[in-house]
Design a protein around this ligand. Structure first.
Ligand code: IPM
Ligand code: MG
Length: 362
């Protein structure tokens, strides 16, 4: 098949991890006779430096015209980078939020599972995770606190800041359907996470999710408060199949879930809308402290490229081949520094990419 892929390398470790994902996609192209046309666009800090805005209209137009977007990571050190002296709407993250909203990517899938080879890197006691765990976090991505009205104003001699959180029934319903559909392809369980003991948005969330659940009698639904969920993730991660939650809770819980897989460098993500289009990116950030040192773990980005093949292009065998190659490389004992364990062979970002390509075969 022929596909147009917009590529955003981004900031920090973004360029190096995306290079490895492109290397793997090139190998897939050759092995399975596809044609992937990559068009690079700028976003985040790199775009601020080149054109003064974190996402230009031209870059957005190219992304909109493509079949899928592959993204590395954006942003810099919030304490030291000059990007964070700019007004909030001109900072790197504003580009990311804009592209998510403009492309309508409301459903963010973040799979977290434990590779048996990385069990030692998991900070949870072995007896609690025997047999591993395998969950899919379904995070709402274009609503809630991230997109509500914000203000910082002087009131009675002091600054007062406000961030508004809102969810409509339709915003909740469409993501709930996605969660139940995915659960049907997995282990038929949805855990909907909210803060219904405090927030109105959560009470509406619960009501709408209950309504959708009626159409899925074969899928079991439980509701869990977000603070309890944070605790359950480190106490008994095996109980989870699909976690359905709003934007901010999903941001926080997915970092926690990634850490129990051994490293945040292993967690991929897909951001989808109603049709096949999607943006694929690792769940981790730009790690400016290790940028350009060939130390980054490219696996989350390579797994995101595999998700792109599966969800946007229906290339199920190709996606499975990438996932198997990663499994094999880990089995052979190769590790980037973030997942290193004694007795393993430490490799850099580039070599990890090369090894995955080698294991794909010709
Ligand atoms: C993520 C990131 C972003 C988010 C940041 C960079 C704005 O943390 O994708 O999880 O909060 O959504
Ligand atoms: Mg995050």
């Amino acid at each position: 098949m022929k596909a147009n892929i917009a590529v955003i390398k981004g900031d920090g470790i973004g360029p190096e991890i995306v290079d490895e994902a492109m290397k793997v996609l090139r190998a897939i192209e050759k092995k399975y006779n596809h044609q992937f046309d990559f068009t690079q666009i700028l976003m985040g800090g790199a775009s601020i430096d080149a054109c003064g805005v974190p996402l230009s209209d031209e870059a957005l137009a190219i992304a909109k015209k493509s079949d899928a977007v592959l993204l590395g990571s954006i942003g810099g050190d919030t304490n030291t980078s000059p990007w964070y002296q700019l007004p909030p709407e001109l900072r790197p993250e504003a580009g990311l939020l804009k592209i998510r909203k403009e492309l309508g990517l409301f459903a963010n899938l973040r799979p977290a599972y434990l590779y048996e080879q990385l069990a030692d890197a998991c900070p949870i006691k072995p007896e609690l995770i025997k047999g591993g765990f395998d969950m899919m976090i379904m995070r709402e991505l274009t609503g809630g606190l991230y997109f509500g009205q914000r203000s910082t104003e002087m009131e009675d001699g002091q600054l007062v800041a406000r961030d508004a959180m809102s969810y409509s029934e339709s915003e909740i319903r469409r993501i709930a359907y996605r969660a139940f559909d995915i659960a049907r392809l997995r282990r038929n369980k949805v855990t909907s996470v909210d803060k219904a003991n405090v927030l109105d948005t959560s009470r509406l969330w619960r009501k709408v999710v209950n309504e959708v659940a009626v159409e899925y009698p074969d899928v079991s639904l439980e509701h869990m408060l977000v603070d309890n969920c944070a605790m359950q993730l480190v106490k008994n991660p095996q109980q989870f199949d699909v976690i359905l939650t709003e934007n901010m809770f999903g941001d926080i819980l997915s970092d926690e879930a990634s850490m129990i897989t051994g490293s945040i460098g292993m967690l991929s993500s897909a951001s989808l809308r109603e049709d096949k289009f999607g943006m694929y990116e690792p769940s981790h950030g730009s790690a400016p402290d290790i940028a350009s040192m060939d130390k980054a773990n490219p696996i989350a980005t390579i797994l995101s490229a595999a998700m792109m093949l599966r969800y946007t292009f229906n290339l199920v065998d190709e996606a499975a081949a990438i996932e198997k190659a990663i499994y094999d490389v880990l089995e052979q004992g190769y590790r980037t520094v973030d997942i290193f364990a004694p007795g393993c062979q430490q490799v850099g970002c580039r070599q990890m990419g090369d090894l995955i390509v080698e294991n794909l075969g010709d």
